[in-house]
Design a protein around this ligand. Structure first.
Ligand SMILES: C[S@@+](CC[C@H](N)C(=O)[O-])C[C@H]1O[C@@H](n2cnc3c(N)ncnc32)[C@H](O)[C@@H]1O
Length: 517
């Protein structure tokens, strides 16, 4: 085993999109949840039964061998106890020997990672213009960096890592409308359409004014591939402006100035020393403060082979003293087991959109009801004046749009809006603000009935039931007769869409169960 990191200053990094709250669909921000019935104790999702892990099949194709030789050779990646393997066809890292809790498993020096620091200069010289670089979002810059390295071929110091990247990230971004429809989930379908528009815009901007003179533009497929790879493999965390060696250099420089000043008799030695200490401390404190607000992004070869489970506790950390990224085991692993890390608390919506898979019984999963008002109207027509009053209130109709439902219940704003809509004219005269808390037993019973109707209607609107989907999955078919193939193929997309919609329907069924329905 490599040395343990217990005493070393570390900063945890998170999977890419977490760093950008503005990037994250609002659905990923979990609102406070309110049980739909005051009397009902919301049941937490039952702890998932330990799942039978598929056996590890060691990967020893020539690309993997070249990559591992590069990792332990020129890239100076330190690793112990893990090896690339597949598990039911999915590549990941298996324990090659027993691993003890707290053991350092992988450590990647910064120079062997693809890193984007704040205000980093154009890192694709001769390929993109400085103007494009300044205005592009982080994942487009890192995508351009991947393409830049790819174009360097064998000249790139990262060539063996680039060569073994997946040819298709398998995310819904590139799915057909039919495949997107198989998600049976309007919220994510809308998110993916929005992403397609955004990424098309980024590509058009790159083509129209972003390429340096004489450089050929990548194809749209290549640019989207690079950005998808980036979004599914990047971790982000606080940015530390200087490494330890930078700081030691600064301390050396300050010390030299003090000695020089004193030797030449230019100033009072006591004052010079105080000023030097102040300069050094200011520099250190400035960077500590800076590191809280600035982010760095990193794709770390080998670490990027860890798959995710929300049950794992290991995260990627930046190790300041070693200027490296590392992963430490958060429990014991037996030889042959898959070693997972966590990409952070993520619902299946973001796992599906940016990583192309849905986690079974994901405790972080939610269900976003795009248009709750539609189902409320089905339960009981809402007078136009009442709706008008809701729209004009501080809550607004947004309280019933993209409503994030957790297994334990509905968000407080949706409940408040619904109580207001269901109230009698006399009660509603008090205004929306009077409905933030539970009302009379009868009013709450009516609310629970309306919510059960909403959930049932959302489930019924899906073309297939949970039972049918489970039967389809058990039969080994994804239901559309797509052609067979690996990740990114029609069959893989349909199988992913099927497992995703099963998980979504399980969330809604749990909501109904928690309501006593
Ligand atoms: C950081 S990479 C992990 C290594 C990846 N499996 C590979 O072969 O390169 C993230 C990608 O791995 C896959 N992945 C990660 N965790 C997974 C899981 N629990 N189930 C299925 N696929 C997973 C997804 O395709 C995701 O986009």
């Amino acid at each position: 085993m490599l040395k343990q990191l217990g005493h070393v200053k570390q900063h945890s990094l998170r999977a890419g999109q977490h760093a950008f709250p503005g990037d994250a669909p609002s659905a990923r921000r979990r609102p406070p949840v309110v049980a739909v019935r005051a009397s009902a104790t919301p049941t937490e999702p039952a702890p998932a039964a330990p799942q039978q892990q598929p056996p590890a099949v060691t990967l020893d194709d020539s690309r993997t061998q070249a990559f591992m030789n590069w990792a332990r050779g020129p890239a100076s990646i330190r690793f112990a106890g893990v090896k690339p393997s597949t598990f039911a066809g999915i590549r990941g890292l298996a324990a090659s020997s027993d691993i003890a809790n707290d053991a350092l498993i992988v450590e990647v020096p910064r120079r062997s990672a693809v890193v984007l620091a704040p205000k980093q200069r154009n890192s694709c010289p001769g390929m993109v213009t400085d103007d494009w670089w300044k205005g592009a979002p982080w994942f487009a810059k890192m995508g351009a960096m991947l393409i830049w390295h790819k174009r360097q071929g064998g000249q790139s110091p990262l060539a063996p890592w680039i060569a073994q990247l997946p040819a298709d990230a398998g995310v819904p971004l590139t799915w057909s409308d039919k495949q997107l429809a198989a998600l049976q989930y309007p919220y994510l379908q809308a998110q993916v359409k929005e992403q397609q528009r955004e990424w098309s815009g980024l590509y058009d901007a790159l083509r129209s004014s972003g390429m340096a003179a004489g450089a050929a533009a990548p194809s749209r497929e290549e640019f989207w591939w690079a950005m998808s790879v980036v979004r599914s493999r990047t971790f982000s965390g606080p940015y530390i402006g200087s490494t330890l060696s930078d700081r030691l250099r600064l301390a050396g420089l300050v010390a030299a100035l003090v000695v020089g000043n004193t030797a030449l008799g230019l100033a009072d030695p006591q004052k010079t020393l105080s000023a030097a200490i102040a300069v050094f401390l200011f520099n250190v404190l400035y960077e500590v403060i800076l590191s809280r607000s600035l982010k760095q992004y990193a794709i770390c070869p080998l670490i990027d082979l860890f798959n995710h489970t929300s049950a794992a506790q290991s995260e990627v950390s930046y190790n300041y003293f070693g200027d490296s990224y590392s992963v430490v085991a958060s429990r014991d692993f037996k030889k042959g087991e898959q070693v997972f890390i966590t990409y952070g608390a993520q619902s299946n919506d973001s796992l599906m959109q940016y990583y192309g898979f849905a986690e079974l019984d994901n405790p972080q999963d939610t269900y976003v009801i795009s248009d709750m008002l539609r189902w409320v109207e089905g339960f009981r027509p809402v007078p136009a004046a009442r709706l008008q009053a809701l729209r004009g209130s501080s809550l607004g109709a947004a309280a019933l749009t993209n409503v994030v439902v957790q297994r334990a219940g509905f968000p407080a704003e949706a409940l408040q809006a619904l109580r207001f809509l269901l109230a009698s004219d006399a009660e509603a005269a008090a205004g929306v603000s009077a409905f933030s808390k539970a009302g009379s037993t009868e009013a709450e019973a009516l609310l629970a009935e309306a919510l059960a109707c909403v959930v049932t209607a959302e489930l019924a609107a899906a073309p297939t039931s949970l039972k049918e989907d489970l039967a389809l999955q058990a039969s080994g078919s994804s239901g559309s007769g797509g052609k067979k193939g690996g990740a990114g193929s029609a069959t893989a997309a349909e199988a992913m869409a099927l497992s995703f919609r099963i998980e979504k329907k399980k969330v809604l069924s749990a909501v109904l169960k928690n309501m006593g329905g």
